[in-house]
Design a protein around this ligand. Structure first.
Ligand code: C2G
Length: 451
């Protein structure tokens, strides 16, 4: 092999090879005389938290080989390998798509780093067949969580975030530019016509309308929690999803992450005997200018955080609770609850005791009490990475460590893509009745304390 001249290296998964990948390789090649392409191994993708990769390493290598653009193909197997490769092959330029801007600046110590503008329009018709097409995702809203969403979606194969909708044109444009999206618009119908799946990240009371309009047009929906603020609205949305054959997911990230699902399954095995009580807390100190304190946008700790603490109760004790009691502490100035204790009572006095807070801080742990021991999940239990089974003396008798990557939104995104691709409309991670029960509980709170 003649490895003379300027050497360029690039890396990627290259799953479901598309025009964006091709153009990236083409431009990388033009930067020099010799192009090395590193293709991520299955193990490495797992380790860096990339989800839902559909083709095997062999197929993905074949995707790149067929382009005839790579002079050398290597496999990327571990964190830190890039530095090693650059030194080993005497690489002059490291090139990667602009969705990674800044992330690889650490390589500047070893070679030149070039971020190439990513391709905004990836839909090449022959690649978009029904079973394997790359879904076009659109975001409704451009706030904090929407930013995290785009970043997390990069780690899910099979979806490409292409557009953003928002009422403020300047802000939507700005969001589009930051993430090199294909388009931004203030026209919701136009937005829906250009995408396959919608992520709704706007204030709580707007969820219903955005989700309803999207599903009416046959679009799949991932909606931030709480799905809606009433039982009836949530029921209507799930019925509409069923009628229109689309996926509707409530985005409670904990529900989809591997650690939490393992925790629920372990608890159900009887390892701590029969379950008698659950105590879960999620509190944070939210800056005062945030949406969470706005009365007219249904701010408050219950609407904001109850979904998390109710989740272990509903997953373990079910949807048939007997009573729910709330003990809210109100902030007189803003008229929103800043700290609330929620007591969910089931048959035989099995109780979930949940505390939520947006201007009060407590330990964020989860404890599941059984007749033969307990499960302890340290803070932040809602990003479940670790839990242990403890005995009568509080000693850990068994420990579990599970992966939780990034902000954790990638797990719900991966579940959405999986459901759409498999034409399976309901997730087992958060069933329709479970999601509706949460809306019902939040509605009871609002009726009692926000008449
Ligand atoms: N790409 C692009 N345009 C798109 C999609 C992807 O230019 N519409 C680029 C990416 O920026 C990347 C390359 O194509 O440079 C491969 O993309 P992926 O297969 O998604 O791989 P990725 O997860 O970005 O891996 O070590 C791996 C690297 O960190 C990148």
């Amino acid at each position: 092999m003649n490895m003379t001249g300027k050497k360029v290296i690039t890396y990627g998964t290259f799953d479901l090879f598309h025009v964006g990948h091709y153009r990236l390789l083409e431009r990388a090649k033009k930067l020099g005389d010799f192009l090395i392409v590193g293709i991520t191994s299955e193990e490495y993708d797992k380790a860096r938290g990339k989800l839902n990769v559909q083709q095997s390493l062999t197929e993905r290598i074949e995707n790149v080989r067929k382009t005839n653009l790579a002079d050398l193909i290597i496999v990327e197997e571990y964190e830190g390998q890039k530095i090693e490769d650059i030194k080993k092959y005497n690489v002059d330029i490291f090139a990667i798509g602009s969705d990674w801007i800044g992330k690889f600046d650490y390589l500047k110590e070893y070679c030149e780093v070039v971020y190439l503008e990513r391709t905004r329009e990836i839909s090449s018709t022959e690649l978009r067949n029904k079973t394997f097409g790359i879904l076009k995702g659109g975001i409704v809203g451009y706030g904090r969580i929407a930013n995290r969403f785009v970043e997390e979606a990069r780690y899910v194969s099979g979806i490409d975030i292409t557009g953003v909708f928002g009422r403020n044109k300047a802000k939507a444009d700005e969001f589009m530019k930051t993430y090199s999206l294909e388009f931004s618009t203030t026209d919701y119908n136009e937005f829906l016509d250009r995408i396959d799946v919608v992520y709704i990240a706007t204030p709580h009371d707007t969820h219903y309308e955005y989700a309803q309009r999207a599903m009416t047009k046959g679009k799949h929906v991932l909606c931030e929690k709480p799905l809606t603020l009433s039982k009836k609205d949530s029921e209507e949305l799930y019925n509409l999803a069923e009628r229109n054959n689309v996926v509707l997911l409530e985005g409670i990230k904990t529900a989809y992450c591997p650690g939490f699902n393992r925790l629920i399954n372990v608890a159900k095995t009887g390892i701590i005997g029969s379950l008698v009580g659950i105590s879960a807390s999620f509190t944070k100190l939210v800056p005062h200018d945030a949406r969470e304190f706005k009365y007219d946008q249904f701010g408050g700790s219950v609407t904001e955080l109850a979904s998390y603490v109710l989740l272990p109760g509903i997953r373990l004790f079910g949807c048939d609770y007997e009573e729910v009691l709330f003990y809210p502490v109100f902030d007189q100035k803003d008229n929103v609850d800043i700290f609330t204790t929620i007591i969910l009572i089931y048959e035989n006095n099995h109780v979930l005791n949940g505390t939520v807070g947006i201007k009060a801080k407590s330990e964020g742990s989860l404890i599941i009490t059984g007749t033969e021991g307990y499960i302890y999940v340290p803070s932040p239990w809602w990003k479940t990475q670790y839990f242990e089974i403890r005995n009568d003396y509080g000693e850990a008798v068994k420990r579990y460590a599970l992966q939780f990557d990034g902000e954790g939104l990638r797990y719900e995104i991966a579940e959405l893509v999986r459901l759409v691709q498999s034409r399976n409309l309901e997730t087992h991670h958060l069933k329709k009745e479970e999601s509706i029960t949460m809306s019902e509980i939040i509605e009871k709170f609002l009726l009692q304390y926000r008449p």
